[in-house]
Design a protein around this ligand. Sequence first.
Ligand SMILES: [Zn+2]
Length: 456
Amino acid sequence: MFDTVIKGGTIFGQGYQRIGDIGITGESIKEIKFDGSLEGVQVIDATGKLVFPGFIDPHVHIHLPFMGTNAIDNHESATKAALVGGTTTIIEMICPGPDDEPANAFAEWKGLAEEGACCDYTFHLAVVRFDDIAKAQLRNLVENEGVQSFKIFLAYKGALDMNDENLFQLMQLCKELGVTLTAHCENAEAVDSMQKKLLGEGKIGPEWHEPSRPRSVEADGVNHLCSFAELTGATIYIVHTSCGIAVDRAIQAKNRGVHVGVEAVAPHLVLDKTYAERPDFEGAKFVMSPPLRDKEEHDALWGGLASGKISTIGTDHAPFNFKGQKDMGTGAFTLIPNGIPSIQERVDLVHTYGVCQGKIDLQTMVDVCSTNVAKQFNMYPRKGALAIGSDADIVVYDPNFVGTFTHEDGLSKIDYSGFEGMERKGRSDAVLLRGKVVAQQGKFVGETGSGIYLPR
Ligand SMILES: [Zn+2]
């Protein structure tokens, strides 16, 4: 007798899709059988449903001081939103300022997550400060605290960006420590110059955000990082690629032997730059970097996912309210806090606009939203797999649910939805985190603060 049995759903296991039962005892999967024989104290009927490994979001911001304000979620609100959307593990970016010590930043972010996080979590640590004190602390965090990935910004000149001398040294350190370097790739100098030019011409609205950082700026950033990876041997991971040309630059490097992973994020897959052109400053809701692109890029990104060029889908969840935060930029688009939150909507967006439209299949959805993330960031097969011994992070998914995306259903504290009114197909009907049901049909039913840190 198991504590819980998930019965009769189509299980997306390791290398198969088959109707069966999953037996859970304690926090992990103990048995998977296909003859209907498993019995449990609690039985979850999954007939007609799909049974997925818990989804993992590789790119999340919760605690985020940025552009003179703070992202509006806390760990409780963001992780409840994640869970009702089927995401059971997140990787949050620790983003300290240029003067902050990495060790203090790690302690601060971890402390906040320990208080409120309802799903499991781990971190990418952004490297902004890079003097001898910082280097020693980075080494210690990797060796003793389970940090396995850093983040750098080739963007945000004068705030978060890093010069090439430090970048080269950091990548040597990554190679030595076996750490993956995740990177926001643009050319910070080019963006800065373009911003000044446009503002000088009186082009101040959110519709000028995309022209200030066009595709070539992103492709150049990707190319630059790949060149340094080729020189240093470091393993890199390009976050939120928004267009085909940026993906191509990464794949060209991969073909030269560079160890490079490529991520897409949900907003770039379903929204385009016309959203940022909406009148009366509403476009500010759709400002993120890299920016939303021409609609044609959607096919490049979905095609990249289908062919395996792009290996993961995250969100770059970074919630700033429209009123009181985004409107800091009414006088200049450069002052609009960046972000289009989607931590709750990610899986359903991918299902609706990827799977249901025939752009990717269900197995690819599971791979890019869960399994590949776990593999890329050293959590597999504890996470990202329906397998005996894995954590019982499980999503019972109803592919036949039909509705609309709306702000009203959101558990994030954000005051708008970037997907308001868009058609929605599919819903996570039951979400289990380490054996416990924590979300049901869009409602959080778990215990606040029950997420744990995953050292890697
Ligand atoms: Zn980000």
